[in-house]
Design a binder for this molecule. Sequence first.
Ligand code: HEC
Ligand code: HEC
Ligand code: HEC
Ligand code: HEC
Length: 380
Amino acid sequence: MDTGDLLSSRAPAPNTNQKKIGELKSELYMKTYNFMGYDAFTPGEIDLAFGLDHLVKMSKQANFPFLAANLMSAKTRNPLFKSHTIKEFQGVKIGLFGLISPRFPAGGSLEESKEYYLADPVEVAQKTIAELKKKHCRVIVVLAHMETHEQEMLAKNIPSIQFILSGHITRLQLEPIESNDTQIFMAGSRGENLGQVDFFIEEKTLYSRYDLVPLTAKFADHPKVQEWLNQYKIDLQKLLQTPPPTTPRKSPAITRRQVAIPVTPLFMGEKYCLSCHPQQHQSWMNTSHARAYQTLSPKNKSSDPTCLACHTTGLGIVRNPKAFFENVQCEACHGPAEGHPDMRRSLSQIGEDQCRKCHNAGNSPNFHYPTYLQKIRHQK
Ligand code: HEC
Ligand code: HEC
Ligand code: HEC
Ligand code: HEC
């Protein structure tokens, strides 16, 4: 099972190849998941941001159901995808259903949000469970693409849920979080670990055991999947080298009055910042972030998309023939600066989350925010 946020970490920007990259990626995922025999997928807000059309297309490529009990069509007020599915093992019926947090902004565009809405998860869960019980399900599993406190709320309000599989949360919990009779599992992010739950039922009692299996190099890639992945990389390279469609954009503003706020601002590159912030630029030059791209060349990985994501800036969301800026630049921390400084969009909302996108457990095991922050602070 997969609990969502498969695609890129941001909504596709207009005038870029992001959407095409997303399509390429979801094709690879669906093909691989079919091959591996997945049973269910619950999309997250990141997948939704690619648009409902895209998600429907994806679901048609899948041999397993997309479960989203509270993702409702604005028109029919019914779920857009399947709400639940039932699996049976040795006479025990297991009811699975998916929920998405209504706190996430609907979709990437206004038009999108008119197409669907996210209904109250607790209400929908109660209704769905009643239906599953009617069909004699003994075990109830929720694929919950939600914030931690919402998952805990769900467990507290509905004790008949045995297992909650967390989506959205990138936390890695070695032990399940227990609430009444519900166990919540958090298996980290980026497919680095497989969460495995074994359970058996004796008389009226359900016993379970939870394991996290780190998906290290110990598990060799299947040759077929490796072949698909290689083809994906070739196709991706081609896409990255294709300049994005160039419909004219409004040039950065001259006066505040004329400024139109772009939906997704583009990355400008460190040379742009240099002219007005020479001091911060100099201090950045003294950090290894300014050399993160060169780091890849001795390893022959300068164009490997799996490395570029963290060793470059703005991958796929820049107006730059190379489709990225080399190194971990200003905007990797400060965010895309198109329109700055005229638009008064703050570029100083930097927190630990920002760093953790790259400094994750796999690539930066010693990451400790205060210590690391101290090392990259701009000297005055
Ligand atoms: C044309 C000059 C100019 C350029 C180019 C420029 N800045 Fe600024 N920047 C300013 C000015 C002026 C301010 C103070 C504006 C304010 O307080 O509203 C500022 C403020 C900031 C701040 C602190 C206030 C905030 O917005 O939160 C950050 C961070 C920042 N700039 C980052 C950058 C980065 C990163 C770049 C390059 C992508 C960049 N700037 C390019 C002029 C510039
Ligand atoms: C876009 C990805 C990315 C982001 C965002 C990012 N980093 Fe990094 N960081 C890297 C990479 C890659 C390196 C390794 C650079 C190299 O040597 O090639 C690195 C190296 C570092 C180092 C040097 C480690 C050492 O001891 O040599 C520090 C410190 C650091 N980062 C702190 C931070 C902090 C703090 C943040 C958030 C405010 C942050 N980084 C955000 C990718 C990132
Ligand atoms: C998820 C983000 C991420 C990805 C993907 C990634 N890296 Fe890194 N890499 C980092 C960070 C962060 C550091 C700095 C770690 C630290 O010092 O804590 C780093 C450090 C390194 C370093 C050590 C730099 C030095 O000299 O100190 C090398 C080499 C490196 N990465 C190569 C690669 C290669 C090759 C790939 C692709 C196979 C890759 N990285 C993919 C985030 C990433
Ligand atoms: C690794 C993350 C990171 C990178 C890369 C980075 N900054 Fe910053 N920047 C910060 C943080 C964090 C602050 C907040 C101030 C602090 O905590 O010291 C900051 C603050 C600023 C400010 C506000 C004034 C100040 O000095 O506090 C400006 C302007 C700025 N940065 C510009 C830049 C420019 C220009 C670049 C690229 C040349 C850049 N930054 C690269 C993390 C980063």
